[in-house]
Design a protein around this ligand. Sequence first.
Ligand code: FES
Ligand SMILES: [Fe+2]
Length: 359
Amino acid sequence: MATSADYGLGEFEFARGWFMIGPATDATRTPSAIRYFGRDLVLYRGESGTPYVVDAYCPHMGAHLAKNSTSYIVLDGEQVEGESIRCPFHGWRFGTDGKCNHVPYSDFVPKAATLRTYPVIERAGILWMWHCPEGLEPDVELADFGGHYGEPGWVEWKIDYMGDLNVHGIEIVDNMADYAHFVPIHGAKDFQYFANEFIGHKVHQYYSAGHRTLTAEADDQLVLDTWYEGPGFLQSEMAGAFDSFIMIANTPIENGVTRSWHALMVKVHDGSREITDQDREIAFAYQEGSRLAFAQDVEIWGNKRACINPMAIPADGPYGKVRSWYKQFYNPRDKAEALQARVNGLVVTYDTRPNKTAA
Ligand code: FES
Ligand SMILES: [Fe+2]
């Protein structure tokens, strides 16, 4: 297992950005223990329905706020009150700002009785948490996933958990530049175009080629615009047998261990009628094809050794640039612009289009 320091990513162990922490159904009125960014955390849903993430250990005497089944606070259903969470040990209660707002046996509440809280957004059926090693509020908006979630004619995504991989997120993000894996791993053929564009905190991959599983006819081209906005998840607008939208999330559990999910939404018709069971079946088959295509990458990642320095050749694609781009999230925010300036721009790895225009 190689860590952020082994890859020379920067000052921080874990990146700044929005990260998936689970499907929305994971957040309930019963607090649950989760672990990401090398920290024990607790996820719960307030009475309003809003999800929250807080540090797991109570500042009073260190009890875990969720790992308890025998305290009367748990048995009596008093763990969540309003939007606050109550510790099972002595009953101290913490509000959404993390401050202790009730001690059952004392009017005196120490100012230091504060729990670290993290910004969380529930969107498109997924829980997203903002992680900032400097403890700063989000400086980028969470993506809207093409606006396709809930859009007429689109079947919402099925979320596939892909595993906890002994691989650092950087090796997953490498895939953005990895022109040469598409033929052997994904059965791509008849490549027309492959390029990457670096734009500040975003990196795009433009792809146009045949694909053995995701096109209707053997000779059709699959056209993809795939991008990361931040380090934590990939989005892709895909035009193949159907229009579809992919999300692939990678969230660090420990430094060098990454949880992976895949999700795909499919446009089954123009939105002029309801979605039928038959539409869902078609979408499900397409989702499954995409999941299997991604599982081809996951199998490699789950079994490879760490690659600190790729033995890259020019025809591989711009790994070096992708890795440089990724460093901006492991360094103080005020250094991000300088790091972005080193890589901003378009890199074309392959282009045999008859009419060579921009992607
Ligand atoms: S340890 Fe949490 S209230 Fe005492
Ligand atoms: Fe891939």
